[in-house]
Design a protein around this ligand. Structure first.
Ligand SMILES: Nc1ncnc2c1ncn2[C@@H]1O[C@H](COP(=O)(O)OP(=O)(O)OP(=O)(O)O)[C@@H](O)[C@H]1O
Ligand SMILES: [Mg+2]
Length: 458
């Protein structure tokens, strides 16, 4: 039989009779059987056939079943191994389990016993495959490059990124601090056809105004005291690639004018230089400021705004898309774990459900960056691969609701506060009622009842 989707079982035993019994069982279950007389033959078959599971005798001439197990696990840990052993060598079965065998069976065994064992294991195998499949599917739909998110808002952002990435159109990325503006900029660059070209970030807020000009446009020798060599500017290093103007609202006014001219004319003059240098870089810009207000106040040039804002991507604050919290936390956690200097911390971390509940109830004023800091603290200070509520910063552990910090102008009826809380939770959960109920700390049925009540009231 050659059913491509069937579980492939490789039977390794030097005794033909044992192989015969096993083969019968394997085939009666609808799996595909492969046979080997020795461990070395088994290794050859594994390289050529779709083997998911190995039934290996421990005591064989030549390479033992234990060594075979070690080699399989080293080369392809996905393959499960069951060892078959005589009464006399149960201790080696124990050793095999320590080395990663899925189970063991003591010889002589009946076909019925073998059938039970295989059925049970195949179920877990199927399950694992299913999980892997789901994870990958989820990832592809809920991720773009380094960005993850399953909220409607983030799905919209993914679509926009994919639309703008192939073009050279400038994009203005907006959002509160820590919402992921820089990751979005990098994703645009990495999704597009110029991904092999440089991505050059310029932090307009961090550089002293006097420095930005020479950093951005470069300078020629003797342009100012101390300019002993000429230096290429960031704009020029982004040639053919992407220039990312982070915190663009902080750019001093004269520089806004110079930058606008450079973008429009696709050429510029380094500080102190006379020669014009052509440049072709894609411009991405980000800000957490209200640029329209800055224009009204005269601190941001309208023409530059129009030039940068050809396409605009707005990132919602995390509190308005709390459905993303579990996915983001998982993503960030695995990234953090992988970069731990201590190998004991480079494991698969997870979050206890009470901790996740607190994280879902919290408002995250610092957005994804705050979530990241919170997880980093938990991974660094926590004891094990499980993050508990106690590992979270105290403000996350017991969030003070925004309403209670404001001095009440007038008293709001309890029922109205409840209604608002429910509507906010639903919006934050992207309409997911299960999650909304969790955010509110009430049961799903309670939420349904309350929703029904509001609907009746209109
Ligand atoms: N959707 C996301 N998926 C994965 N990681 C994210 C996402 N959004 C943000 N992050 C992570 O959160 C952190 C903050 O993101 P980023 O630096 O892009 O924010 P920002 O909007 O530029 O913030 P600021 O305005 O403070 O500079 C980064 O480490 C980033 O990797
Ligand atoms: Mg940033």
């Amino acid at each position: 039989m050659s059913n491509k989707d069937a579980v492939g079982v490789l039977i390794v035993d030097d005794q033909e009779m044992v192989r015969g019994i096993c083969r019968q069982v394997v085939e009666s279950l609808g799996y595909q059987a492969f046979q080997a007389e020795s461990a070395s033959q088994a290794l050859q078959i594994i390289e050529q056939q779709p083997v998911d599971l190995v039934l290996a005798d421990i005591k064989m001439p030549g390479m033992s079943g234990i060594e075979l197990l070690e080699r399989i696990k080293a080369g392809n840990p996905r393959i499960e191994v069951i060892v078959m052993t005589g009464y006399a060598s149960v201790p080696s079965a124990v050793q095999a389990m320590k080395l990663g065998a899925a189970d063991y069976i003591v010889k002589p065994f009946s076909s019925e016993e073998m059938k039970v064992l295989l059925t049970r294991l195949a179920e877990t195998l199927d399950l694992k495959d299913e999980n892997r499949y789901l994870r990958e599917r989820l990832r592809s739909r809920h991720a773009l490059g380094q960005l993850v998110g399953q909220s409607q808002q983030m799905q919209q952002v993914f679509k926009l990124i994919q639309r703008v990435a192939p073009s050279r159109a400038p994009v203005l990325i907006r959002g509160e601090s820590g919402t992921g503006k820089e990751v979005v900029a990098r994703s645009i660059h990495e999704t597009g056809p110029w991904r092999d070209k440089p991505f050059v970030p310029v932090d307009c807020g961090a550089l002293a105004p006097t420095l930005i000009e020479s950093e951005l446009f470069g300078y020629v020798r003797g342009a100012f005291t101390g300019a002993v060599h000429s230096k290429e500017g960031l704009l020029q290093s982004a040639e053919d690639g992407t220039l990312f103007l982070d915190e663009v609202a902080e750019l001093p006014s004269e520089l806004q004018t110079r930058l606008l001219r450079a973008i429009q004319e696709k050429e510029f003059r380094p500080v102190g230089g006379t020669k014009r240098i052509p440049v072709d870089a894609r411009i991405l810009a980000a800000t957490n400021r209200d640029l329209e207000a800055a224009i009204r106040q005269g601190s941001f040039r309208k023409e530059l705004y129009f030039r940068l804002n050809v396409v605009s991507i707005a990132l919602a604050p995390l509190r308005e898309r709390k459905v993303d919290v579990p996915l983001l936390a998982e993503h960030i956690l695995q990234r953090l774990a992988a970069s731990q200097p201590d190998s004991r911390r480079r494991v698969r971390w997870s979050i206890a459900s009470e901790a996740l509940d607190r994280m879902l109830a919290y408002d995250w004023p610092g957005n994804v960056r705050e979530l990241e800091n919170c997880l980093e603290r938990a991974v660094t200070l926590g004891s094990g691969p499980l993050i508990r509520a106690a590992d979270l910063p105290s403000n996350v552990q017991s969030p003070v609701s925004a309403a209670s910090t404001d001095f009440p102008e007038s008293v709001i009826p309890l029922e109205e506060m409840e209604r608002q809380a429910i509507l906010r939770a639903l919006a934050g959960a992207g309409g997911d009622k299960m999650l909304a109920a969790r955010l509110l700390g009430i049961g799903k049925t309670t939420l349904y009842r309350k929703l029904q009540k509001y609907q009746q009231k209109g």
